[in-house]
Design a protein around this ligand. Structure first.
Ligand SMILES: O=C(O)CCC(=O)C(=O)O
Ligand SMILES: [Fe+2]
Length: 520
C-alpha cells in the first residue's frame, strides 16, 4: 500500500510528457511550458504560444531534465549544488574578460555566461564610447560581428532561468489582447467637450478617436521620417542615451524579454518642435485635446515637474503596472502602431492589481515580473477582477488615464506615442493631497525646486484663488470623513451607521481622490 502511494506521488509529480521537448534541432520551435515559479495560467487560450523559436543555444526548460540521458550541468563541479538563480547572481560580479574565461570551462558555464542580462548590465554600467548595435548585448559589448558569434549546442542543459527570458521574448500577445469582455471595454468616443469631460469623464478611462488625426505628428511621423530628421539626436531609453539611429537598429533587431523603451522627456526641445493650440501656434506639431482643459501645474511655469514624453518601442515593449506621478492624470496619443492597455482604479479599500505588491504607505510598488510574465501568470485573474478595464488604443487615437489609476501598457506593434501628464480641475484636490501628504514620493521636479507643495499653493493662490479654496475645502471634507470613520471604528459604533460599503453587501471603490463609487 505504502509503495503504491509513493509511486502515485511520483507519477503525479512527473511533468506532462507532452510538454517535454525532445531533441529538437537548435532554433526549432519549442512547445509552450509553464514555469514552476509562475501561477498556472487559466481559461485563456494560449495556443498562440506554439510557434515560439527554440533557445539559440538549444537550452530547454528545467522539466526536461527528468527524462534526459545527459545533463551538461554536472560538469560545473561544486557549483552544481547552487540553483540557477544563484549561479547567475555570482556571475553578475564578474567583468567581461572573467565571464569569457569561465564560459570556456564547460558548455554549461558557456550557456550561463551567454545570459543577456549579464552583458546588458556590463554595457549600461560602462557604455563604450562608440559602438554599433549588433543584435545582442553580448556581441555589442564585445564588438563581435553577428557572423562570428559562435553557437555551441547546449541542448542537454535544462534551465528555466536561462530559457524563460528567451521564451517570454517571443510569446504571442494575441491570447491577452483578444476577446476583451464587453464589461471591461474602455469606452470609445469620437471627442468630448470640456464640460462633458469635467462633469462626467474625469474619473474614467476612455479613448478619443478623432482629435489626434488632426495633428501634423499623426500625418507626418514615421520611424523613417524621424530617422531622416533626428537620426543623430540623442534620446533617453531607460538607462542609456543613444542616437535615434542606434535605438532604431536596436528596436528592429533584439531578443530582449523587456525591450529597452525610448522614453524621452526633453524631445520637444531636442526636436525643435512647436506645441500649442493651432489657432495660437500655427506651426504646432501637436496639441492637447481641448476637452482636458487647463493643466494646473502650469501655474509653476519653469518650476513645474516633467510633463511630456516621446515614447518609441518595438512590439512587446511597454510599461509595467504603475500609477502616474504626483496624482496627475495623463493622456497618451498613439501616433504610429497600437497599444494594449489594462487598467484598475485604486483606493485604500481595493487591493492593487493581481501580481502587484504595494508597501503599507504605498511608497514602494513591486511588480517583479516582466510584462510577458505578468500576462502569462496574472492576466486571466486580472480580467475577472472588479474594476478591470482594458482596450486597444490604435494609431491616431488618444487614451485618458485618470489620476490614481493603475495601468499596464504593451505595444502590440512597433509604436510611436506622445504622452502628457496634467492636473485637471476634477483632481486638483488629489494633487494637493499628494504634494502635501506624500512629499517623499513627489517626483519630476528639478532638484532646486524646494517644497513643491508650498510653491504650488502660493501660485494657485495668485492665479486661481477660488478653485484653490474649493479644492482645499474638498480635501478637508475628505479628511474629516476619514477621521469620522476612524472614530466610528475605534469607538465601536460603525455598525449602527451601516459601516463600510465594502463590507455591507455592495462593493465600493474610490478613485484618486478617494471618493467612493459603487460597482454593480
Ligand atoms: O505608452 C506607454 O507605454 C504608457 C506610458 C504611460 O504609462 C503613460 O502614458 O502614462
Ligand atoms: Fe503611466
Amino acid at each position: 500500500m505504502r509503495l503504491f502511494l509513493f509511486l502515485q506521488i511520483i507519477i503525479m509529480k512527473m511533468p506532462d510528457i507532452n510538454s517535454l521537448d525532445c531533441a529538437r534541432p537548435l532554433g526549432g520551435a519549442v512547445a509552450a511550458h509553464s514555469y514552476s515559479s509562475h501561477p498556472e495560467p487559466d481559461v485563456e487560450d494560449l495556443s498562440g504560444h506554439e510557434e515560439i523559436p527554440g533557445h539559440p543555444l538549444g537550452v530547454k526548460p528545467s522539466g526536461n531534465a527528468l527524462l534526459a540521458a545527459e545533463n551538461l550541468r554536472h560538469a560545473i563541479g561544486t557549483f552544481n549544488i547552487l540553483p540557477d538563480e544563484s549561479i547567475l547572481m555570482l556571475l553578475e560580479y564578474l567583468d567581461g574578460p572573467s565571464l569569457l574565461n569561465i564560459g570556456q570551462t564547460c558548455k554549461a558555464f558557456y550557456a550561463f555566461t551567454r545570459a543577456e542580462d549579464l552583458w546588458k548590465a556590463l554595457f549600461t554600467g560602462s557604455p563604450p564610447a562608440s559602438f554599433s548595435w549588433k543584435g545582442t548585448w553580448r556581441s555589442t559589448y564585445l564588438n563581435i560581428p553577428p557572423s562570428e558569434e559562435c553557437i555551441l549546442d547546449c541542448s542537454n542543459l535544462f534551465s528555466d532561468v536561462l530559457h524563460r527570458p528567451f521564451h517570454c521574448a517571443h510569446i504571442s500577445l494575441d491570447p491577452y489582447i483578444k476577446n476583451i469582455p464587453a464589461r471591461n471595454q474602455i469606452a470609445r468616443l469620437p471627442d468630448l467637450s470640456f464640460e462633458e469631460f469635467n462633469e462626467k469623464w474625469s474619473n474614467t478611462p476612455f479613448i478619443l478617436t478623432e482629435p489626434v488625426k488632426q495633428w501634423p505628428a499623426y500625418k507626418n511621423w514615421s520611424v523613417n521620417m524621424l530617422l531622416d530628421h533626428y537620426g543623430e539626436a540623442i534620446f533617453r531609453a531607460e538607462a542609456v542615451d543613444w542616437p535615434l539611429h542606434t535605438y532604431v537598429d536596436y528596436m528592429h533587431n533584439n531578443s530582449d524579454e523587456s525591450p529597452l523603451y525610448l522614453f524621452d522627456r526633453a524631445f520637444v526641445s531636442k526636436m525643435g518642435l512647436k506645441v500649442g493650440q493651432p489657432d495660437q501656434e500655427p506651426d504646432a506639431t501637436y496639441w492637447p485635446p481641448s476637452c482636458f482643459g487647463e493643466d494646473f501645474f502650469s501655474v509653476l511655469g519653469n518650476d513645474r515637474p516633467d510633463r511630456q514624453w516621446l515614447i518609441i518601442g518595438p512590439e512587446r515593449s511597454g510599461s509595467t503596472f504603475h500609477k502616474d506621478p504626483n496624482a496627475t492624470s495623463a493622456w497618451n496619443a498613439v501616433v504610429r502602431g497600437s497599444k494594449y492597455w489594462i487598467m484598475f482604479p485604486s483606493s485604500s479599500k481595493l487591493p492593487p492589481p493581481p501580481g502587484v505588491y504595494v508597501s503599507d504607505d504605498q511608497s514602494e510598488v513591486t511588480s517583479p515580473l516582466s510584462i510577458a510574465e505578468w500576462l502569462f501568470g496574472f492576466h486571466a485573474e486580472a480580467r475577472r477582477s472588479p474594476g478591470c478595464i482594458e482596450g486597444i488604443c490604435h494609431e491616431g487615437e488618444i487614451l485618458h488615464v485618470p489620476s490614481g489609476w493603475w495601468h499596464l501598457v504593451v505595444n502590440i506593434e512597433p509604436a510611436i506615442a506622445i504622452t502628457q501628464n496634467f492636473i485637471p480641475r476634477a483632481h486638483l484636490s488629489a494633487a494637493l493631497d499628494f504634494l502635501s501628504n506624500k512629499a517623499d514620493q513627489v517626483s519630476g521636479f528639478r532638484k532646486d525646486v524646494n517644497n513643491p507643495y508650498e510653491r504650488f499653493v502660493a501660485q494657485m493662490q495668485k492665479s486661481h484663488p477660488e478653485l484653490l479654496e474649493q479644492a482645499q475645502a474638498e480635501l478637508q471634507k475628505k479628511n474629516e470623513g476619514k477621521k469620522r470613520k476612524w472614530d466610528e471604528i475605534v469607538h465601536g459604533n460603525a455598525e449602527q451607521d451601516g459601516g463600510d460599503a465594502a463590507e455591507g453587501g455592495g462593493f465600493s471603490f474610490g478613485f484618486g481622490d478617494d471618493s467612493d463609487v459603487e460597482v454593480p
